[in-house]
Design a protein around this ligand. Structure first.
Ligand SMILES: [Mn+2]
Length: 219
């Protein structure tokens, strides 16, 4: 059983400090199990600053891209049983990031809800569509023929995104339109997710309450 502590801070109570002078919607999630110990703070209204240490260089690279291109701020300190394999750590970081997204969004009043981006990296082109609906659903139409990116199992990207989607309560469609190099394809996926999530989480000034005729985005 995971021990999870969460803290989220609304706009009125934004934390200010020398190490984290971040305004707006922020959430901290700490989660410790026998497999992983993760401490993560996400600010949705950031400037793209990151301090990410998961022990997995490729995952750090993707989380840094996500932060930079989404104009979030993110700190992650994860220690996991990497001697077993990367799976527990990758999946649990996705899970904790998803929880932080959900916590930081709060009631989702005034946000645009939908976002999408189509991002290239050389030959790779990936379309990413987000709906912060509160209803988790994941469509991953990405065919990568190689199994590894260095030491990293490509399959773990699917597990990371699935955990993130389930915890964030979001609908995420990822569709590879073209691609050959697995690093390019995954990088375009994370940049697209960053841009789509940034758009979906931004505030719409014309909007009063939540963008739903049902009256709730709680799922
Ligand atoms: Mn790269």
């Amino acid at each position: 059983m995971a021990k999870t502590t969460k803290r989220s801070v609304g706009a009125a109570g934004a934390r200010r400090g020398a190490s984290a002078p971040t305004r707006g919607r922020v959430a901290t999630v700490n989660r410790k199990t026998k497999e992983t110990d993760i401490r993560l703070t996400l600010a949705l209204d950031g400037t793209g600053r990151y301090d990410v240490h998961t022990g997995i260089a490729f995952l750090d690279h993707m989380l840094e891209l996500l932060t930079r291109h989404g104009f979030f701020d993110l700190t992650v300190k994860a220690t996991g049983d990497l001697h077993v394999d990367y799976h527990h750590t990758v999946e649990d970081v996705g899970l904790v990031l998803g929880q932080a997204i959900r916590e930081a969004l709060g009631e989702k009043a005034g946000i645009r809800r939908f976002g999408e981006a189509t991002v290239p990296l050389d030959e790779a082109l990936v379309q990413t569509v987000v709906d912060l609906s509160g209803r988790p659903f994941f469509v991953y139409d990405v065919a990568i023929s190689q199994q590894k990116i260095g030491q990293f199992d490509v399959e773990l990207i699917h597990d990371f995104l699935l955990a993130l989607v389930n915890q964030a309560g979001m609908n995420l469609h990822v569709r590879m339109l073209s691609g050959r190099n697995p690093h390019h394809i995954v990088e375009a996926t994370f940049k697209g997710l960053a841009r789509a999530l940034d758009l979906a989480s931004q505030r719409e000034s014309r909007l009063v309450g939540v963008l739903s005729t049902k009256g709730t985005l709680a799922g």
